[in-house]
Ligand binder design. Structure first.
Ligand code: ZN
Length: 209
């Protein structure tokens, strides 16, 4: 009872707010902001080495803001909430995979950020999320402004996978832009024996546009 009273008092002093529009009431994201995230549908162009690709939202407006709030402002409570939207997109096919693998960030990046946003999306998913499959072993420069060929070359040797012979893997990431990161991950996984590699991203730009 005492704890509840303290919680009520804190709510009065610091009322809970939507993490996106700042309105008082519904953290981490209010229904209006969620309604303002636009469905993407599948990417227009296939991603090399990736069997299928699901994308939940266009990387615009509220969805892009949500990713930035999660990743750069470290509003980690947004991760599992946003992840549920992605889960709704892939729930029907989860059983087709042996493991869900969040796209890893480099250890130095993890130290800077304190968490991996891709991993935070998969918190609470009713399946095997395996963080031991894939590692990011090379710290790469930012991909922004690079051509597709430069992106692929930048990511050459960036990922290393343990033996996953015959496995079906679903990669998960927050954003898919050119698809180069997913291709680099899929390359490492296929070299480690993966039979199927598909990908799911919370946000995506329309590939091939
Ligand atoms: Zn809001």
């Amino acid at each position: 009872m005492r704890v509840e009273m303290i919680a009520h008092a804190l709510d009065w002093v610091y009322p809970p707010r939507c993490g996106l529009c700042g309105r008082i009431g519904e953290p981490p994201a209010c229904p209006e902001c969620v309604a303002d995230m636009h469905s993407n549908g599948s990417p227009a162009a296939p991603v090399p080495l990736v069997d299928r690709c699901w994308v939940r939202f266009d990387y615009t407006a509220r969805a892009a803001q949500a990713v930035r709030r999660l990743k750069f402002d470290r509003v980690t409570s947004l991760g599992p909430v946003l992840g549920q939207f992605l889960l709704a997109e892939v729930r029907g096919v989860l059983g087709d995979f042996d493991a869900v693998v969040p796209v890893p960030i480099h250890a130095m990046r993890w130290i800077e950020r304190g968490f991996n946003q891709a991993e935070s999306l998969t918190k609470g998913w009713p399946c095997r999320v395996d963080l031991s499959v894939l590692r990011r072993i090379k710290r790469t420069r930012p991909q922004v402004g690079l051509s597709q060929a430069e992106r692929l070359s930048n990511l050459q040797g960036a990922f290393s996978a343990r033996n996953v012979k015959g496995s079906r893997i679903l990669l998960v990431d927050d954003v898919i832009t050119s698809g180069a990161t997913m291709t680099a991950c899929a390359d490492a996984l296929r070299k480690a024996g993966a039979r199927v590699v598909s990908a799911a991203a919370l946000c995506g730009e329309k590939l091939g546009d």
